[in-house]
Design a protein around this ligand. Sequence first.
Ligand code: HEC
Length: 139
Amino acid sequence: MKMLTLALATAAILLSAVGAQANPARDAIVAGFVAQAKAENPGFDGFSATRGEIFFKANQVGGKPETPSCTSCHGATPFTPGQTRAGKVIDPMAVSKTQDRYTDPKKVDKWFRRNCNSVLGRECTAEEKGDYLTFMISR
Ligand code: HEC
């Protein structure tokens, strides 16, 4: 019985270490942004979930006045659902809440382009995208 308990506990630890979030398609998307970030900035030294959180919640300038922040549509936190301008519900952005997030490169590219232009009036840099993804994957 003791052995079984130990084995179960070990399995639980291993599973939580690997994380429900591990996903090869998502890893490949992040790796692509690492390569781009290095090309854009030779001093690049890794993505930061902390910077990603600040970016997600910040009020930006340069974009459309009705969407100053990612949270304008995506809700105040990664765990809360959001809403499009037309009132359609958007599932939470945290990977722990919406498990198939950031697994389709075309979808990720399309929405980064569209949303960064709405909020910032420009495309996001690879570092901004990677920081954002690192934050959402950690949540
Ligand atoms: C005008 C509303 C709006 C704003 C503002 C907005 N988004 Fe979105 N975003 C959406 C919608 C709608 C979708 C697609 C629906 C979905 O994925 O559930 C989406 C999807 C995404 C996706 C793709 C998600 C996936 O599963 O692949 C990413 C990445 C994203 N948004 C990032 C951002 C970032 C970063 C910001 C801030 C710079 C932002 N969004 C601001 C409406 C918005």
